[in-house]
Design a protein around this ligand. Structure first.
Ligand code: GCU
Length: 654
């Protein structure tokens, strides 16, 4: 056993400076360009003023150096001892404090880094108890972002500028943003990133691109982040001219094996592949009469010796007459138990597609013999892009109210990060990135607590600000559901984009399941999609108790009413309003809420720097106009079927 010498390292600032050389943060604050994230600003002059003593026993890895640097920069308390202990390697840590010192203990370097960020979070959001003992262990081992970034710099469903990855400059030029991105992720426990779009270009696996991927992996590694890639199932054909991509073909298997060997040669801790197969035109094993399991297992077996994984997406639907909400279940449920042990089946939270509100995807309760992971969408494809303030933690918690935490092995989030100065397009969209990380670390954290933390670190601890703005955040998802698609309505967006309303959109020769009329089914009798036993019977995919609950119009939760039932316009709701009146009231409520958000924000001017105050104010103005647009478009259109008046007390359509 090697004897580890006890070293006390009074950190030499000049050595560590290189870690943050050229960070955007330092210059940005001087310019006040609005790029502030929740992390402590790197402030070199302050560091020189007050340098707390940090002790560490052992080898000074890059990860530990980062931890020490972060403490030097921002910690304003007792001396700190970082201690690595023996034992089972985990990302967890313990923080214990006394009057004299604070000790952060973990079995891994990255655990010490997480402990460091946690300590700074406590300092910045409250008071560090002089005699505390905190133990944190991440609930999920894999906490991963999915970037839908294309190699040409565009981002599918991205609303925050271009991709962060400057592919044409890589691997020689390394943008300082890469390190800041890694720092932000590490501070909230995110430990994996899929760099490219699920609609994957085969090019990502070319020799040229793999060198670029390696450069990014090298930057992310000290922050505990592993790199993964989305792969195109037809890569052997597209990259090397093989005549097939059949997963049972020997040449194909050999091709993938060589490719995987090459990847691990470059990136020894490479995480694995994410695959969108036989979905929305992507190639896959079904093109050769093979199943999703056969396709996934072929890749999984090749990755296994390297401890790599396959995340195989279950987002599939086809132009058939069957209800789209049933299709992934019908295709994947029979494969339960057939996936190799290093395959995770990645399922979107709802059965259709990241709608403002969906019931949970019933596959989560129907594949007990497979490893499942949930895919959340952080980017607001269906929730106002980066124009609307919508805090997503309540939506994700709603999913976990139906699906127990342990049902899923991991959580993926479709990233909302881009090259915009403020990273996510809307200052408040950063809160969704932050919340995603915190929930993957600890899914039992409440959305309120996460919002509280984020506001205090990103803006100010001023109680009036925190209370008022947290209130906006907490109500924002419900407000968006109300002004867009209340009572279980879904997918009534304009054709071609997913921003504004177009419930009337109907075209000949367009796939039925791409038309809003397919989803709302409004007619003179009523509105909504009958998925009960008298309709598509999608309710049968849920466990018995829920099947009965959702399948009965009387017991179906009203928030899902039009998801599961075609409901007469004059149907009496629980509050005794007719369905039509309730629909009108819901849309109106959504609009009034955004107006309320505007009023609250206007009063926040003294607490926020001018730039961010104005940015948010402008975005709320857009959101408020959009809310009226949604309300008027939907009510006026649906009124052509209901033939009922909009209640007198509500705001008239413009
Ligand atoms: C949605 C989205 C697409 C995306 C797809 C997916 O349909 O609009 O842009 O590719 O989901 O998740 O694969």
């Amino acid at each position: 056993m090697t004897k580890i010498k006890y070293l006390t390292i009074i950190v030499c600032l000049s050595n560590l400076m290189s870690l943050v050389a050229q960070t955007r943060m330092e210059s940005s604050l001087k310019e006040n360009d609005g790029s502030q994230l929740w992390l402590p600003t790197i402030n070199v002059s302050k560091m020189k003023e007050k340098t707390p003593q940090i002790s560490y026993q052992g080898k000074l890895s890059k990860t530990i150096s980062i931890a020490i640097f972060e403490l030097q920069n921002a910690w304003r308390g007792q001396p700190i001892i970082l201690e690595k202990t023996r034992g089972k390697k985990t990302d967890g840590f313990t923080i214990s404090s006394s009057e004299r010192q604070i000790q952060i203990v973990s079995t891994t370097d990255v655990g010490l880094l997480y402990g460091t960020y946690h300590l700074l979070r406590i300092q910045n959001t409250g008071i560090v108890d002089k005699n505390c003992s905190i133990t944190e262990t991440p609930f999920y081992e894999l906490r991963i972002l999915n970037h839908w970034d294309n190699l040409d710099g565009t981002i599918e469903r991205g609303y925050a500028g271009k991709s962060l990855w400057n592919w044409s400059d890589l691997p020689d030029t390394l943008s300082p943003h890469y390190k800041e991105y890694a720092r932000a992720n590490a501070s909230i426990g995110i430990n994996g990133t899929v760099l490219n779009n699920v609609n994957a270009s085969p090019e990502i696996l070319s020799d040229n691109y793999l060198k670029k991927v390696k450069a990014l992996a090298n930057i992310f590694r000290p922050y505990g982040i592993r790199v993964y890639l989305s792969v195109n199932f037809a890569s052997p054909i597209k990259l090397s001219g093989l005549h097939t991509a059949d997963p049972l073909n020997k040449e194909v298997i050999q091709w993938w094996k060589k490719k995987v060997d090459q990847i691990y040669d470059l990136i020894p801790d490479f995480g694995g592949f994410l695959v969108k197969a036989n979905s929305e035109g992507q190639p896959g094993p079904c093109d050769y009469g093979r199943t999703h399991a056969e396709g996934a297992n072929m890749l999984a077996k090749i990755l296994q010796p390297y401890h790599g994984i396959v995340m195989w997406r279950a987002f599939v639907y086809h132009a058939t007459n069957d209800d789209r909400a049933k299709q992934a279940y019908l295709e994947f449920q029979p494969l339960d138990g057939q996936f190799h042990k290093n395959v995770l089946v990645q399922i979107k939270n709802g059965p259709i597609d990241f709608q403002p509100r969906e019931p949970y995807n019933p596959l989560f309760s129907a594949m007990p013999n497979s490893q499942l992971m949930v895919e959340f969408q952080i980017t607001q494809e269906y929730l106002g892009f980066s124009n609307h303030l919508v805090y997503l933690a309540p939506l994700w918690k709603e999913f976990f109210a139906s699906v127990p935490f342990h049902t899923v092995k991991a959580i993926a989030g479709v990233a909302n990060i881009g090259s915009d100065k403020n990273w996510c397009g809307h200052h408040f969209a950063q809160a969704n990135w932050y919340a995603f990380g915190r929930i993957t670390w600890n899914p039992s954290l409440s959305p309120e607590k996460i919002a509280d933390e984020w506001l205090k670190q990103t803006f100010t601890n001023e109680p009036q600000f925190v209370t008022s703005v947290k209130n906006i955040m907490m109500q924002s998802h419900e407000a968006a559901v109300n002004y867009m698609m209340p009572l279980g309505l879904h997918h009534i967006f304009a054709g071609e984009h997913h921003y504004g309303p177009e419930p009337w959109y109907n075209m000949l020769n367009v796939r039925q399941d791409w038309l809003p009329v397919y989803y709302h089914k409004a007619d003179s009798a009523g509105i909504g999609f009958n998925r009960s036993s008298t309709g598509s019977n999608a309710t049968a995919h849920y466990p018995d108790s829920l099947c009965q609950l959702y399948g009965n119009i009387k017991t179906c939760p009203e928030k899902y009413l039009l998801w599961f039932h075609h409901v007469p316009w004059t149907y009496r709701m629980k509050n005794n309003r007719t369905l039509w009146d309730e629909l009108c009231n819901s849309y109106d409520k959504g609009v009034q809420k955004v107006r309320f958000f505007q009023q609250v924000w206007d009063k926040m001017e003294p607490h926020v720097d001018t730039r961010r105050f104005k940015d948010v104010q402008t975005k709320l103005k857009i959101q408020s106009r959009d809310a009226v647009w949604w309300k008027d478009a939907c009510l006026l259109y649906f009124q052509t079927f209901s033939r009922l008046p909009i209640p007198y007390e509500l705001e008239r359509p413009i």
